[in-house]
Design a binder for this molecule. Structure first.
Ligand code: GLA
Length: 372
């Protein structure tokens, strides 16, 4: 099968988009442009162009991936991720297109958790719950940025954000760092590194939406999906985990072998109805090199995802309704994109049986890899 591909590695998450017969350009390029201003801070758009000539664009607003272009099997280039042409799009009801999500990705029930007997109350933004760090989460702040360009290496685009103690209700001053590397194999690496001065919780992800036919080009129901996960965590009607793990075998959640996203999405299965489609945390087996593969037949584009995190939220754009328009004025419609949000399980601070993601070593820097 001839395909072209993309690899996403998140903290490592890597997205690999491989490509066919690409003429090599000689130089890796990085171009910076103004993208606006918020509270006196400049917002920039940085284009990374690898030696294949394929570009990724990232802004320091939310450390957000705005654009990823990769070839199809004939070499035709398309942007495969949702994004806006201007900063305004990100300020007006953006459903986290490409953003970094923190401090706590996904839901925390009733916006509350306890550490050492102290209850913390978070900003609420999803019914009675907190979603993706709260309304003022890391997707909505302007990050500092620098380019680390060591001779002979692919440059690293590094974002830093100093999140103050009790921001959105989370304890501890936290320094968050996100590094993006777009290399000549069409791999996008995302590395996270956070440190804090108090016991706290953390779950950081990237919320990119993908459509391998091209962003805004139909739905993703025809995309073939493979997720190396033998279990998933079921949820209640508010998408809060019940605390169980369900074996995927014999359910529409079994993606251990490739299935089209749309093949079983309308099946009468309580979990699908609750999630309005796939919108669930898959418990990764974490025993293979690649954790998920997405393939789209007409373009031949293939994306591989690798992570060291224990879960991935497979969300297939069930809440999109076409009101958001992005690059080339294309509307992002219902189920027009899919997300692979690598993460710790949702609501972990309140779920004793889930892997912990509390940062429990005050004053010592904690690298964001593996579970603590
Ligand atoms: C996550 C959630 C979804 C939805 C989207 C944003 O992926 O799991 O339920 O809230 O973010 O629209």
């Amino acid at each position: 099968m001839k395909h072209s591909g993309l690899l996403l590695i998140v903290t490592f998450i890597a997205l690999l988009f491989s490509a066919c017969n690409i003429e090599k350009e000689s130089d890796y390029k990085m171009i910076k442009e103004n993208f606006g201003e918020i509270d006196g801070k400049e917002v920039v758009l940085i284009t990374l162009k690898n030696t294949n000539g394929n570009t990724v664009k990232i802004t320091n607003y939310g450390a957000t991936v705005v654009w990823i272009e990769v070839p199809d099997r004939l070499g035709n280039i398309e942007n495969v991720t949702f994004g806006y042409e201007t900063l305004d799009g990100y300020l007006n009801g953006d459903p986290y297109f490409g953003s970094i999500v923190g401090r706590y990705a996904n839901r925390i029930a009733k916006g509350k958790f306890e550490i050492d007997g102290v209850e913390y109350n978070l900003a609420i933004n999803n019914g009675v719950n907190t979603l993706h760090g709260g309304p003022g989460g890391w997707h909505s702040v302007v990050w500092d940025y620098e380019v680390i360009d060591k001779k002979g290496d692919i440059p690293v685009l590094k974002f830093t954000y100093n999140s103050p103690d009790m921001e959105e209700g989370y304890p501890g001053n936290m320094i968050a760092e996100v590094e993006y590397i777009w290399n000549d194999k069409n791999e996008l690496h995302i590395n996270y590194n956070c440190s804090t001065d108090k016991k706290t919780v953390l779950n950081i992800t990237n919320h990119a939406y993908f459509n391998l036919k091209g962003a805004g080009n139909g739905d993703i129901l025809d995309h073939e999906m493979q997720i190396m996960a033998s279990k998933f965590t079921p949820v209640d009607q508010d998408l809060i985990p019940t605390g169980d793990n369900i074996v995927v075998e014999g359910t529409p959640f079994d993606f251990r072998e490739p299935h089209k996203v749309g093949e079983r999405i309308e099946e009468e299965y309580e979990q699908l109805i609750l999630g309005k489609g796939y919108d669930h945390n898959f418990v990764l087996d974490n025993d293979k090199e690649v954790d998920a593969i997405v393939y789209e037949e007409t373009s031949g584009r293939l994306m591989e995802m690798m992570t060291d995190q224990p879960g991935v939220q497979f969300y297939c754009g069930n809440f999109l309704d076409g009101t958001q328009t992005g690059h080339g004025s294309r509307a992002y419609n219902y189920r027009g994109g899919l997300c692979l949000e690598t993460q710790h399980y949702p609501d972990s601070p309140n779920q004793a049986n889930f892997p912990s993601w509390s940062l429990a070593n005050p004053l010592s820097p904690v690298r964001f890899i593996g579970s603590l």
